[in-house]
Write a protein that binds this ligand. Structure first.
Ligand code: HEM
Ligand code: NAG
Ligand code: NAG
Ligand code: NAG
Length: 541
C-alpha cells in the first residue's frame, strides 16, 4: 500500500475537485445534446444547473436532508440539484414512476456509475442491494423473496424458536441483570442492547442460532464490531460519489481519501461474516440439526444457486465469497435499521408514559404474554402482529424517524421519461433522480402535524382515501417497487417481539438523551449512538 500524502483533505479537495468535475461535466454534456425540460425545473441553488459542485459540497458537509427539505418547501415537488440530477418529493410523477417503474440503480441501463457499488463487499463482489441492473437483480431477488415474505416469516417454526431463545435466555435476563449492577442499577444504553438483539435475531434466521451471533451475552465483542462498523461511516463520500476519481487518485498518486485502517476494519468484518457462512455450511453438511439451528436463509440461497448452476450446466464453482457478500449486506441492512427504529420507539415511549401504560395493557392481553414466567413459549406471531396500538407505535416511529431517511438514487431509463405531478417535465436518460423517506413523511396534507410523534393518527377513523395515502402511497420507510426492502416483514416481526418483551415487564424513562437527533445521512442513527434509560420493574397486579 502506498502511504497517504501529507496534504489535508480539504486542501486537496479545493485544488482538484473543481477542475476534474468541470471536465467530466463538459465531456458528458457534449455527448448528450437531446432537447429536454431540465432547464425548466427550479434549481435548488443558482449554481445547480451548471455544476454538480454545489450538491457535492452539501453532501460532503452532511447537510443534504436539511438542504433538500428547505429547497422542496420553497420550490415544489421537483427540483434540480445538478446539471444531470433532480430530486422528487411526490407520489404521482415521482416515486410511482421512478421506483414503481423499476428505474435502475446503475447509470446507462445499469452499465455506468452506480452509487450502490459502494455496498459491494470482499473487494467488489456484488450482492442484491448493490446490483446496478434490474435483470441481474430480479434473478437474485426471486431466490429470496419467499423466505422473507410475510406469510413465511409469521409462520416459520425455526424463526419462532430462535426468537424465543434470544428473548427468554438472553434479552430478558440481560435486563434483569442490570439491577444487580453496583452503580446505577437499571440504567443502560438501550441503543447498544437493541442493536445486539436485532443482530442476534437476523443472524439467527440467516445462519441458525448455532452459527449466528450471541452479542447480548458478549457486550465486548458487540462494542468491537459496532465500532468497526460505524467508524467507517465518516469515509463514504469519496468512494460513493466519485468512485473512479477516488480509485485513480489512489492508484496513480498514492493519495487515499479513505485511511488504511478502514480497509483493515472491513477485512475483519469480512472474516467474521465468512466464519458464520462456513459454520452454516458445515451444519448443512452434517445433515442434522435442531429447529433453532436451522440456517433458514443460508440454506434457501445456497440451494437456489445450486439449482441455477445445474440448469445452466455450470459446475458448482466457488460461491463462498458471493454468498458471504450477500449475507454481509443482509446482516448489516437488517440489524442496524431495526436497532435505530427501536431506539426511537423507546425514546418516544419514555416521553409518553400514558401511552406506555396503554401499550402494556395491550401486550399483557397476549397468550401467553412475553414475560419471564412464560418461557419458552411465545404468543402466536400473528396475534402479536395484529395488536393495533403496537402496530401504530412502530408505524409512527418508522414514519417520523425513518432509519433510512436519505435519498435513494436511481437513473432515468435510456429512452427518457416524464416526471412531475402533471408529468410536465421530459427528462432524458441517465439523469440521477431520488426521493427521500424523511421528506415524503413530512407532507402535512397526508400526515397532520407531521413533526409530532402521535401513534393515534394510525388508529383514527379517516376516509379510505386518506388511509391509502397514509399507509401505502406516502409511507416509504421501506422504499417501494422492485427494489423495496426485502426484510421489512422480518424487521417488523422482530421489532414487535422486542417491544413486547421490554414493555410487558418494564417501564422506561430517559436518563440522558443528548445527541438523540438523527445524523443527516442515508442511514440515520442517533448522533451520539447512545440513549441512556432507567428501567423500572412493573409491579404485577
Ligand atoms: C426497520 C428496519 C428496516 C428499514 C427501515 C429498511 C429500509 C430499507 C430501504 C429503504 C431499502 C431500499 C433502499 C434503497 O433502494 O436505497 C431497503 C432495502 C433492503 N433491505 Fe431493508 N430495511 C429494514 C430492515 C431490513 C432487514 C431486517 C433486512 C434483512 C434481510 C433488510 C434487507 C434489505 C435488503 C437486502 C435490501 C435490498 C433490496 C433490493 O435491492 O432488492 N432490511 N431496506
Ligand atoms: C430533515 O430535515 C427536516 C427539516 O430541517 C427535519 O425536520 C427532519 O427532522 C430531518 N430529518 C432527519 C431524519 O434528520
Ligand atoms: C428495468 O429497467 C428498465 C430501464 O431502466 C425499465 O424500462 C424496465 O421497466 C425495468 N424492468 C422492470 C421489471 O422493472
Ligand atoms: C417481569 O419480570 C420479573 C422477573 O425479572 C418478574 O418478577 C415480574 O413479575 C415481571 N413483570 C410482569 C408484569 O410480569
Amino acid at each position: 500500500m502506498l502511504p497517504s500524502l501529507p496534504i489535508p483533505n480539504n486542501l486537496l479537495t479545493l485544488l482538484l475537485l473543481p477542475i476534474s468535475l468541470s471536465l467530466v461535466y463538459f465531456l458528458k454534456r457534449s455527448i448528450s445534446p437531446s432537447p429536454n425540460d431540465l432547464h425548466r425545473i427550479p434549481p435548488a441553488h443558482p449554481l445547480a444547473p451548471y455544476t454538480p459542485l454545489w450538491i457535492s459540497s452539501i453532501r460532503w458537509q452532511s447537510r443534504e436532508n436539511a438542504t433538500l427539505s428547505a429547497a422542496h418547501a420553497r420550490l415544489g415537488p421537483v427540483i434540480r440539484l445538478a446539471p444531470r440530477e433532480i430530486s422528487v418529493n411526490c407520489v404521482i410523477g415521482g416515486i410511482r414512476e421512478v421506483y414503481g417503474g423499476g428505474f435502475e440503480k446503475g447509470e446507462r441501463g445499469g452499465k455506468g456509475y452506480n452509487w450502490y457499488g459502494f455496498f459491494e463487499n470482499f473487494g467488489g463482489v456484488p450482492n442484491m442491494f448493490s446490483t446496478p441492473d434490474n435483470k441481474t437483480h430480479s434473478t437474485r431477488k426471486r431466490m429470496l423473496s419467499n423466505i422473507y415474505s410475510k406469510s413465511v416469516v409469521l409462520s416459520h417454526p425455526a424463526l419462532r424458536e430462535q426468537v424465543s431463545t434470544i428473548l427468554y435466555t438472553r434479552f430478558l435476563p440481560y435486563l434483569a441483570a442490570t439491577f444487580s449492577k453496583a452503580e446505577k442499577p437499571g440504567v443502560l444504553n438501550i441503543y447498544e442492547l437493541l442493536s445486539a438483539t436485532t443482530l442476534d435475531i437476523v443472524t439467527g434466521y440467516v445462519f441458525g442460532l448455532a452459527s449466528g451471533t450471541d452479542m447480548i451475552s458478549d457486550p465486548k465483542t458487540l462494542a468491537h464490531y459496532l465500532h468497526l462498523y460505524t467508524s467507517r461511516g465518516a469515509y463514504t463520500f469519496w468512494p460513493q460519489e466519485y468512485p473512479g476519481f477516488t480509485y485513480a487518485l489512489e492508484r496513480w498518486l498514492g493519495y487515499r481519501f479513505v485511511p488504511k485502517w478502514v480497509d483493515d476494519a472491513n477485512a475483519e468484518i469480512y472474516e467474521w461474516v465468512m466464519g458464520m457462512c462456513d459454520s452454516a455450511a458445515q451444519v448443512l453438511r452434517k445433515g442434522e440439526w435442531s429447529l433453532e439451528d436451522t440456517p433458514v436463509v443460508y440454506q434457501q440461497l445456497s440451494q437456489a444457486l445450486d439449482k441455477e448452476a445445474k440448469k445452466k450446466g455450470d459446475d458448482a464453482g466457488d460461491r463462498r465469497v458471493g454468498i458471504a457478500s450477500e449475507f454481509l449486506d443482509q446482516v448489516t441492512a437488517g440489524f442496524d435499521t431495526s436497532g435505530i427504529t427501536l431506539t426511537y420507539v423507546v425514546h418516544e415511549l419514555s416521553k409518553h408514559p400514558d401511552l406506555q401504560s396503554k401499550l402494556r395493557e395491550e401486550l399483557l392481553g397476549l397468550t401467553p404474554p412475553v414475560r419471564p414466567s412464560s418461557a419458552p413459549s411465545l404468543p402466536d406471531p400473528r396475534a402479536v402482529d395484529a395488536l393495533p396500538l403496537l402496530h401504530a407505535v412502530i408505524w409512527e416511529t418508522l414514519r417520523l424517524h425513518a432509519a433510512i431517511p436519505g435519498p435513494q438514487p436511481r437513473f432515468t431509463p435510456p429512452s427518457g421519461c416524464r416526471l412531475g405531478p402533471e408529468k410536465s417535465y421530459y427528462i432524458p436518460g441517465g439523469v440521477r433522480v431520488s426521493a427521500s423517506a424523511g421528506l415524503l413523511h413530512m407532507n402535512d396534507e397526508v400526515y397532520d402535524n407531521p413533526g409530532e410523534w402521535r401513534p393515534e393518527r394510525w388508529l383514527e377513523d379517516v376516509s379510505e382515501e386518506k388511509k391509502r395515502n397514509m399507509e401505502s402511497r406516502w409511507f416509504w420507510a421501506f422504499g417501494s417497487g422492485g427494489r423495496m426492502c426485502i426484510g421489512s416483514h422480518l424487521a417488523v416481526y422482530q421489532m414487535k417481539f422486542i417491544v413486547a418483551a421490554l414493555y410487558s415487564n418494564y417501564t422506561t424513562a430517559i436518563i440522558d438523551d443528548t445527541g438523540i437527533e438523527q445524523v443527516d445521512g442515508y442511514t440515520a442513527p442517533p448522533s451520539n449512538e447512545e440513549l441512556l434509560i432507567q428501567l423500572q420493574r412493573v409491579k404485577t397486579g
